[in-house]
Design a protein around this ligand. Sequence first.
Ligand SMILES: [Zn+2]
Length: 310
Amino acid sequence: MNGLQDIDNFIDIQLKGWELALLNYNDLKKVKTKKLHFKGFDVLVQFNPNRIVSSTAKVDATSIESRPCFLCSKNRPKQQRSLPFKMDYAILVNPFPIFPKHLTIPNLKHTDQLMENHFDDMLDLSTHLSDFVVFYNGPKCGASAPDHFHFQAGSKGFLPIEKDFHNRSLCSLQMVKEEVKVYKWNNYLRTAVTFQSSNKNKLSMLFNEYFFRFCQQQPNEGEPMMNLITYYEDGEWVVHLYPRILHRPSQYFEQGKNQLLLSPASVDMGGVFITPRVEDFLKISNEDVADIFSQVCMDNATIHKLFNWD
Ligand SMILES: [Zn+2]
């Protein structure tokens, strides 16, 4: 197993040997960010033109089938190195970063982006990459390779969700079940369920119970629409689950000045909106952020009903 020092060395060596990635990481240092203030929290907006490919990725079956999969080892750029994780994952440097350190962790097999049977791997990866948050974008919730199972990871301390969770002013403990604390969020624009536990097995069991209920609620999907952000801190795993009902908001499909090219994924749910176009970066407002969250997230009443909460 590689330690954190090894991960840092790996990133350094990779950037020295891959011009495109180095250029994009240097670009990131100059990237523009603005802060939108809401009651009790902020949402950051990052103008990141290198993310245009990901934000506008065509993820319909025909488009996916007609392109070589960029996460399969045989199609990866020859400069891209990898570090093993467990027996079945490769840790890669993401050449189109959002975070100061940004990794992609594909499965070695070309297998669909479906979380079932992979949640324990996500927790193990969070422990292994303890300086990172690990995140998962569902096949219709921001994954640009829905045909190849993968996680991503980014530097801790970047997403506002970490700080917002520490504050506890926007979330409240809903229940404690078998060593797992479950929190709900209030007045946070996006809906989320947060799990926290030092017991990995109990956490995994409870998550799977919730996941099963979601599956029953969205039976026509390969899996319920969701984003997940996990990390390990102070001996506990933290899992933020964002149940979704829509892939892209209406603004994405508008024309001209009404268009906002923004395709929400885990990073956006975590509090950093990614705008690949400067015009969107400049014009996006608090009202837009609130409206986009309300379109793509499951509403609180449905979540409460799903889990029989009060
Ligand atoms: Zn593949």
